[in-house]
Design a protein around this ligand. Structure first.
Ligand SMILES: [Zn+2]
Ligand SMILES: [Zn+2]
Length: 596
């Protein structure tokens, strides 16, 4: 078989690519760079090595290595499924053959047949005729495409498309880039050879490319989409979010998961225009961006379900209680689906707990944002082959959390926000989770936020638990204003007696095993890279700003380091600092030790 070529715009002037062919040795050594010009550097990541002129530093962001690793892992599993249906078995570097123990002759027979069917194998760097056609729509450096072709088996072609380096001015670059990529994708719609995988990782919002992407992806094909416009999506300007995604973002504790549900809503809505619909595989909130992996299918009947898959969210401005309102109603009477208008709203004009008003956001995608079976496959493959990626540990940690999330419960609360509404001490996460379980509710964490409480318990049950907690951690009532949410909530007696005894099942596996679940700031000037500037580099202004805020963060880091140590006074019941205490009032550490 001939080596796979990475199709590349031949006129990209500033970015040369090494190893655009996949002729790497079995050890995976990348070709050695020769004849570097002054200021040029070679960046190695995964199996790829790319030459960067120093002026183009903006195009390599090492923090995004996790994103690229995860994408390789996801596309590999997608390719495995995709090609298994075509009788081709993919060989993943470093993966051991799965030993199958047969229990009877009958299964042995089946296995033989299965083995014969998948007698054709394909490995990385080998062009696979029935394999995946991959488009990297906004290939700033091409690194991602090179990595796909070197690290993901079962590909037919990889197209890296980016025109930004041709333009001299950044705004023009953005426009040109958008038009060209969309044109490329529009040319593919309706054709038999659409792309099986489209990866869009733009600087900022992917919104201008979504209409083309949902059409250019093949039947059941995979879209991988990044959004870095988190300020907009997380509630800082709901009106801008609406114009880009057809959904209003609001400021709330659950903003990171809300952002995921906004992009999914937008994709499903745009797909619906062309009688297509989405099926999310994995949706993650990482550092400063979000990333969704989803499949797109065609089917008029299923598209009719779309309205009932979206929901508005009512979020109380006083206490943060939230309720979802589906956009449509779908009922099944035997064989047929019946569609009708939704009824609502689910809340009164004032919050029943604190008496304040609700903000309305959405519509959001209100269905599951992951496919647990698929995520489990990616997780098993990565944890069973940890040397494949530089960031395997973090992939394992994050996907473990993802598999633990309650899939049918959108959004979440945080223990910190519940207790700050009440002006009381924050209950230890384990005890709070235990109280929910004791009361017969389900509860999980969320990969998108530390201290998240994802639960099917209604807000009334959460406030009852907080009222019970307050009885042993009293709030100074005389300090509360009579109109404050805390006063309103505490003026009612709890209707249940919460039990805070720690349950073993309150501590999820990912937490017990101390997996790397959240990233520490890895390097100076951490954060999204600046938009490409004429002549390269990031603006001096931004660099200064970064320095300024970097120092600010350092001071916070010292504080948060103290937070890792338990407060001795709190343990003895004599700490008077409450939330302001610089030491931890979270006794989960000791609880964990007891349980392990
Ligand atoms: Zn309220
Ligand atoms: Zn303390």
């Amino acid at each position: 078989m001939e080596p796979l070529k990475t199709a590349q715009d031949p006129e990209i002037p500033d970015t040369k690519l090494f190893s655009t062919t996949a002729e790497t040795s079995a050890e995976g050594a990348s070709p050695a760079p020769t004849g570097l010009l002054p200021g040029e550097t070679v960046v190695k990541e995964g199996k790829a090595a790319i030459l960067f002129p120093s002026a183009n530093e903006v195009f390599y962001n090492p923090v995004q290595e996790f994103n690229r690793d995860l994408t390789c892992a996801v596309i590999t599993e997608f390719a495995r499924d995709f090609l298994a249906q075509r009788g081709v078995k993919v060989l993943v570097p470093g993966e051991k053959e799965r030993v199958v123990v047969s229990l009877s002759e009958e299964t042995n027979e089946e296995e033989k047949n299965g083995a014969e069917e998948s007698a054709v194998t394909v490995t990385v760097g080998e062009k696979c005729e029935p394999g995946l056609r991959v488009l990297e729509g906004l290939a700033a450096s091409g690194l991602r495409s090179v990595r796909f072709s070197l690290e993901v088996p079962g590909l037919q072609s990889v197209t890296a498309n980016d025109f930004s380096t041709k333009a001299s001015q950044p705004p023009a670059a953005g426009q040109l880039q958008g038009r060209q990529v969309s044109m490329l994708m529009y040319e593919m719609r309706g054709k038999k050879e659409r792309y099986d995988v489209i990866d869009l990782d733009p600087y900022g919002s992917p919104a201008p490319f979504l209409d083309a992407a949902v059409q250019a992806v093949s039947e059941g094909g995979l879209l991988c989409i990044t959004c870095t416009d988190m300020a907009v999506m997380a509630g800082n300007s709901g009106e801008t979010c609406y114009s880009k995604y057809g959904s209003v973002s609001i400021k709330a504790k659950f903003c990171h998961e809300m952002a995921l549900r906004i992009i999914l809503h937008s994709l499903d809505q745009r797909a619906g225009v062309y009688q297509r619909y989405i099926q999310p595989l994995l949706s993650v909130s990482v550092d400063f961006y979000i990333r969704v992996f989803l499949r797109v299918f065609t089917g008029q009947a299923t598209v009719k379900n779309s309205a009932s898959k979206q929901a508005l969210v009512y979020n109380c401005v006083g206490c943060g209680s939230f309720h979802l309102q589906r956009m449509g109603r779908r009922t099944s009477n035997g064989k047929h689906m019946k569609y009708s208008a939704a009824t609502g709203p689910p809340v009164g004009s004032e919050c029943e707990h604190c008496g304040q008003r609700h903000q309305m956001g959405g519509p959001l995608w209100a269905e599951p944002i992951h496919d647990p079976a698929f995520v489990q496959k990616v997780l098993s493959a990565v944890s069973g082959n940890p040397s494949r990626f530089g960031t395997s540990k973090r992939i394992e940690g994050m996907l473990s959390m993802v598999t633990e999330e309650l899939e049918d419960v959108p959004l979440y609360y945080t223990v910190d926000s519940l207790s700050s509404t009440m002006h009381c001490n924050t209950p230890p996460l384990l005890q709070f989770r235990s109280a929910l379980l004791h009361a017969g509710h389900r509860v999980s964490l969320s990969h998108a936020c530390k201290n998240a409480i994802k639960t099917d318990a209604p807000p009334a049950a959460l406030w009852d638990i907080m009222r019970c907690w307050e009885k042993t951690n009293p709030v100074k009532r005389e300090k509360l204003s009579e109109t404050s949410p805390a006063f309103k909530i505490l003026s009612k007696e709890p209707s249940l007696e919460a039990c805070f005894t720690v349950r073993k099942d309150a501590n999820p596996q990912s937490r017990k095993r101390h997996l790397t679940r959240f990233q520490e700031n890895p390097q100076a000037f951490w954060g999204p890279k600046a938009r490409a500037k004429a002549g390269g580099g990031i603006s001096a202004d931004l660099q200064d700003k970064r320095k300024k805020f970097q120092n600010k963060r350092k001071f916070q880091a010292t504080d948060s380091q103290l937070k890792e140590f338990p407060c001795k006074r709190f343990r003895q019941g004599t700490c008077t600092y409450g939330d302001q205490c610089c030491y931890s009032h979270d006794l989960e550490q000791t609880n964990e030790e007891k349980m392990d």
